[in-house]
Design a protein. Structure first.
Length: 705
């Protein structure tokens, strides 16, 4: 054994002399892309492809994925990490989770571990960050957020919104979570499952949460679940813990934002809310009181709040202009919070009441409404309102009775609402305003839109509303029937409005030349008018006069001019011509509406039946969002050569003055008849694809009377 040991030692020395032991072990090479745990996905294919196309674009370094909580942003990014990135050539891919309260050192530690940087060689943590992507380093940054504002702060080159699932895809995801065994356990359950899935409005997190909850449930349990989701969604298992907690209510920047958001829940499901019908009650409720009595500043603040709620994906844009909508799941969350806030257990505790729909045909009883601040009774079959409601609503500030087409008269007790600030009677059949309205000395907003043209205003009623700031009386959008009222009534209304010292915002339609003459001579009315519709019988005078006043109408946002040629509307033509001549004399001789050195704040312009050859001045309206032109046969040019090329119009217009870049971020919708659309010529395929995505076929124009 000794001889063997000696022999082995000699062999070891020989091996040591021949060996190289400067490196005895090496670390395993790190994986470029860590595969992340991911369940099967449904309905992400289109957005996945969009993300891939952005990623492959060398000019795109920072990509933001945004959308409401629970819509699937992280799931999409995990799918992209697992399936797309491994096919690309990168040194390393780092996945970092950043909480609301961002911990910079934690983020840096994740990067250190992924890059295998030894502790002793780790540089200044605050200086070592993600390299800014550019064409030279070829790096990319993709991040997810619920707010569009974050995309802006991060200087994202491309922002991709992750939308809720379409109905078919939503049901596929829901079925997967419920399971075939449950769906096949009873013939009715499959149909009930479609109803339950629809209540989730395509939100993946809600579909997954509710779907898992309904697995292995019996038929009676499915029926109870539908009742719960429709009436008390916050009581459904998992909704509060897994869904509502992700919808960003608590992260809103102020108490005002939260109150304004909760206010949206008083509108019905799937209702397209007009921005004005949100902001005006907000003003009356005192939510926008920061700017005192300045209606326009308050409205600007309201629009900023709406924008921030949209950026946070708590509100959605609709295809119709100036409309927004709440996703049903978000509305349910807001409503559940509102119920806790307002505690409407009994009428006497109610602060906000919202009653909608044709199923309501009467209001009976004697409810105690002593704490009621806001009351909406809209689109019902009611013919009258009980006196008791108004008599007990001592502190009511907002009263919206719009859309009640069978209501012809208001009770005299409306005069007892001495704290009322906002009254909306639009869309009712009221023939005459109650004299008792003159008692509403705090009334700031009176809306009479889409109401009878022959509405009677008791003399001096409007001028007695000394606190009035907003007045609107506009017809239905497609209504061009001239009223049977004589000229004095319309003129007197304008004169009474002119007397109101606090009036700032007017929406009105004018039919008579004498009324236009009042407008022409009144700087106060010109300054206050925000929405103006003119319906006339002449081909030139209205728009010549109005265009000459544009620089003085500093708050004008919507202008509509309709030239009506109805044979049933006979006036004394001599009187009209005389009025026309006198107004034309008042226009400065230097006024040419083809030459302007000022800008106007118009957002909407609608012209019908107007005789003109060109329409170049909208280049002075940088805020213009909607341009409607109909039945203007003499019109030859729109916008003009200095802005783009668009010779001739309507049926002969075959080329639009935009390309894919100039229209990408500003143009929202294009409307037109299909036969016109198919004749258009395009600069390139990208331009055609862009316009195809925002094209909405025009409905057949209803025959005018």
């Amino acid at each position: 054994m000794g001889r063997i040991v000696t022999q082995k030692k000699g062999e070891i020395r020989e091996l040591i002399d021949k060996g190289h032991f400067d490196v005895v072990a090496q670390e395993m090479p790190h994986v470029l892309v860590d595969e992340l745990p991911l369940e099967a996905t449904v309905g992400l294919e289109s957005t996945f492809d969009d993300l891939g196309a952005c990623f492959d674009d060398d000019h795109v370094g920072v990509i933001g994925l945004y959308g409401m909580g629970g819509v699937g942003k992280t799931t999409l990014l995990k799918k992209f990490n697992n399936e797309f990135l491994p096919s690309k050539f990168y040194d390393v891919v780092i996945w970092v989770v950043v909480s609301k309260e961002a911990d910079i050192e934690s983020v840096q530690q994740n990067k250190q571990e992924k890059l295998n940087v030894p502790d002793g060689k780790w540089a200044d943590l605050l200086k070592l960050g993600i390299p800014l992507p550019d064409m030279n380093n070829g790096s990319k940054v993709i991040f997810t957020t619920r707010s569009m504002e974050v995309c802006r702060y991060m200087d994202a080159n491309r922002c991709i919104k992750v939308e809720c699932l379409a109905p078919k895809e939503a049901f596929e995801l829901f079925k997967e979570k419920v399971g075939e065994e449950t769906l096949n356990s009873h013939p009715e359950i499959f149909h009930l499952a479609q109803i339950v899935a629809k209540e989730c409005e395509g939100l993946p997190l809600a579909l997954i949460t509710v779907g898992r909850s309904m697995a292995r449930k019996t038929l009676p349990e499915w029926k109870r679940a539908i009742r719960t989701l429709k009436n008390y969604p916050s009581r459904f298992s998992g909704i509060v813990d897994y869904v509502y907690c992700l919808l960003e209510f608590n992260s809103l920047p102020s108490a005002i934002h939260k109150s304004c958001f909760l206010y949206c829940s008083i509108f019905p499901e799937d209702y397209n809310i007009r921005i004005d019908e949100l902001i005006q009650p907000w003003i009356a409720e005192g939510l926008l009181a920061e700017f005192g009595d300045d209606v326009y500043e308050a409205r600007n603040q309201g629009e900023e709040i709406i924008a921030s709620l949209k950026f946070a994906c708590l509100l959605e844009d609709r295809k119709r202009e100036n409309r927004i909508k709440m996703h049903d799941v978000i509305r349910d969350m807001a409503f559940s919070i509102s119920v806790e806030t307002y505690n409407p257990a009994k009428w006497k505790e109610v602060q906000i009441a919202s009653l909608w729909g044709t199923s309501m045909q009467n209001l009976s009883g004697k409810p105690d409404c002593s704490k009621l601040l806001t009351m909406l009774v809209r689109n019902t079959e009611l013919t009258n309102f009980p006196d008791e409601i108004f008599r007990t609503s001592n502190y009511l500030r907002v009263l919206d009775l719009s859309g009640n087409k069978r209501v012809k008269k208001l009770p005299a007790s409306i005069g007892e609402l001495v704290h009322l600030q906002h009254l909306d009677l639009s869309g009712t059949d009221i023939q005459e305003l109650s004299r008792e309205l003159q008692n509403l000395k705090k009334l700031r907003c009176l809306l009479l839109n889409c109401i009878c043209n022959m509405l009677v205003f008791p003399r001096s009623l409007i001028s007695s509303l000394l606190s009035l700031q907003v007045f609107s009386k506009l017809p239905w959008e497609d209504q061009c029937i001239l009223p049977d009222l004589g000229e004095p009534e319309e003129t007197i209304l304008l004169q009474e409005l002119e007397c109101l010292e606090k009036l700032q915002d007017i929406g009105i339609s004018l039919f008579c030349f004498s009324s236009m003459q009042v407008l022409l001579k009144s700087p106060k009315l010109q300054r206050c008018i925000r929405h103006l519709r003119v319906i006339s019988r002449f081909n030139s005078t209205p728009h010549v006069i109005l265009f000459s006043l544009l620089s003085k109408m500093q708050h004008l946002e919507a202008l509509s001019i309709t030239i009506s040629s109805s044979p049933s509307l006979d006036y004394d033509r001599k009187t009209e011509y005389s009025s026309q001549d006198s107004m034309t004399d008042c226009i400065p001789t230097s006024s040419k509406f083809t030459e302007h050195d000022y800008t106007v704040g118009l957002r909407e312009l609608s012209l019908e039946g107007c005789g003109m050859f060109n329409l170049s001045w909208p280049t002075c309206a940088p805020s213009l969002q909607l341009l409607r032109i109909h039945s203007c046969p003499s019109l030859e040019e729109v916008i003009g050569d200095e802005f783009g090329q668009a010779e001739n119009y309507c049926s002969r217009l075959i080329k639009l003055p935009f390309d894919s870049n100039s229209a990408r971020n500003s143009l929202m919708h294009t409307h037109g008849q299909k036969r016109w659309w198919h004749k258009l010529q395009w600069e390139d395929e990208a331009t055609e694809n862009l316009f195809a995505s925002i094209y909405v076929p025009s409905c057949k124009i209803r025959q005018r009377i």
